[in-house]
Design a protein around this ligand. Structure first.
Ligand SMILES: *Cc1c(COP(=O)(O)O)cnc(C)c1O
Length: 385
């Protein structure tokens, strides 16, 4: 089976990890600090905080933004459940904004309409979490304008978009947001096994993130409410977590990061090859916004269900039977049984639901050879033509 995504681990990656195993630090030592600096430099952002995964990164970012009980937050229904679960961890109420049928990202015009209505009802959201679907940035300039006008914080869920750019700046620069979150899960662009990061330019947010990552504890005398009892002393001032990344993971991350541009360039080439090969099939191919450069985490096609003799599910099953590990990103979050308890129902976000009935993620990863890609293309012709 050709998988939809797969990590690429080099001998150098392996050696870097082995070196950490022979060193004095296994967790949150010099390799974590180096990885944070490496990512911050790559993105042109002031601060980076490495954590256990993107889910904990999103959780900490929501807490740092001050999200809590009684607050409303908005995200896209076309995402992994973690983009919405993070707000629930803080006791806040979820809501969604339907997607743009071209980019499959949160529709900024729908967002504006929702904000105007919310303001009339005196209940604007505290936080918006745009998700850069498949690696292509949302329309962040307009989201930042709306954030200034309606007074909400912005956390970019850039789990798909490490190595992408928007208006010429790397995703993660936080030029149009308070914080950006990355995932380093093996199917994403760069991996640390499990891993995540929060990026920000704001010193106040950075300090809260650092504190919350490690139990809400500080060892900095300037941040204590009295003089330290001695050199062993620390103070817990709020309730935090153990979300620390290990040095083993961070070393792998720094080593992988050196190949990030190479990873994205290969994905871009594969995307162009799919574009050229698939244009005569009953499929809508990915649309590239002129202001963004995608990291190509996913290559998603939409089946023209009206023109196609076969049902969406049949196409999936036949491709899987031919050894093509197609997948579906995403089941609209508001249709999940857990989310229905918040009052959401089928029909609430029709563009995301229509997309779900048509979408197919094709295999896309750095190590995919042209031969493998041709197998995917041949299988698609076999099933659809
Ligand atoms: C993968 C992913 C996450 C969660 O990442 P983990 O590192 O596995 O916690 C969150 N949001 C999106 C959009 C993702 O694709």
């Amino acid at each position: 089976m050709i998988p939809y995504g797969r990590q690429d681990i080099s001998e150098e990656d392996i050696q870097t990890v082995v070196d950490v195993l022979r060193s004095d630090f296994l967790t949150q030592g010099p390799a974590v600090e180096r990885f944070e600096q490496d990512v911050a430099r790559y993105c042109g952002v002031k601060y980076a905080v490495a954590v256990t995964n993107a889910t904990s990164a999103l959780h900490l970012a929501c807490l740092a933004a001050g999200l809590g009980q009684g607050d409303v937050f908005l995200t896209s229904p076309n995402t992994f459940v973690a983009s919405a679960n993070c707000g629930l961890y803080c006791g806040a109420s979820p809501d969604f904004v339907d997607i743009d049928p071209r980019t499959y990202n949160l529709d900024v015009t729908a967002l504006e309409e929702k904000l105007v209505r919310a303001e009339q009802q005196g209940k604007t959201p505290k936080l918006v979490i745009p998700v850069h679907f498949a690696g292509q940035s949302c329309h962040m300039e307009r989201i930042a304008e709306l954030s200034a006008r309606f007074g909400f914080s912005v956390i970019e869920d850039a789990s798909h978009a490490v190595g992408g750019s928007y208006l010429g700046a790397p995703v993660g620069s936080c030029r149009f947001s308070d914080m950006t979150v990355f995932s380093f899960h093996p199917v994403k662009i760069v991996t640390t096994g499990e891993g995540g990061m929060v990026l920000t330019n704001r010193t106040d947010l950075y300090e809260r993130l650092i504190c919350l990552r490690s139990h809400g504890i500080t060892r900095d005398a300037r941040r204590m409410d009295r003089a330290p009892d001695g050199p062993w002393y620390y103070q817990q001032s709020e309730l935090g977590f153990n979300y620390r990344m290990t040095d083993i993971q961070a070393a792998l991350g720094s080593s992988q990061l050196q190949r990030l541009d190479q990873f994205v360039e290969r994905r871009r080439l594969l995307a162009r090859r799919y574009d050229a090969a698939l244009s005569s099939l009953p499929l809508t191919l990915p649309w590239c916004a002129p202001d963004a450069s995608s990291a190509w985490h996913l290559y998603v096609v939409r089946l023209h269900v009206q023109e196609c003799a076969k049902a969406h599910r049949e196409v999936f099953e036949e491709l899987r039977a031919r050894g093509i590990g197609v997948n579906l990103h995403y089941i609209p979050v508001h249709t999940q049984p857990y989310y229905r308890r918040f009052g959401f129902a089928q029909g609430d976000f029709p563009a995301a639901e229509q997309y779900y009935r048509e979408a197919i993620s094709l295999p896309m990863f750095y190590g995919m050879s042209e031969d493998m890609q041709d197998q995917v293309i041949d299988a698609l012709y076999g099933v659809l033509a």
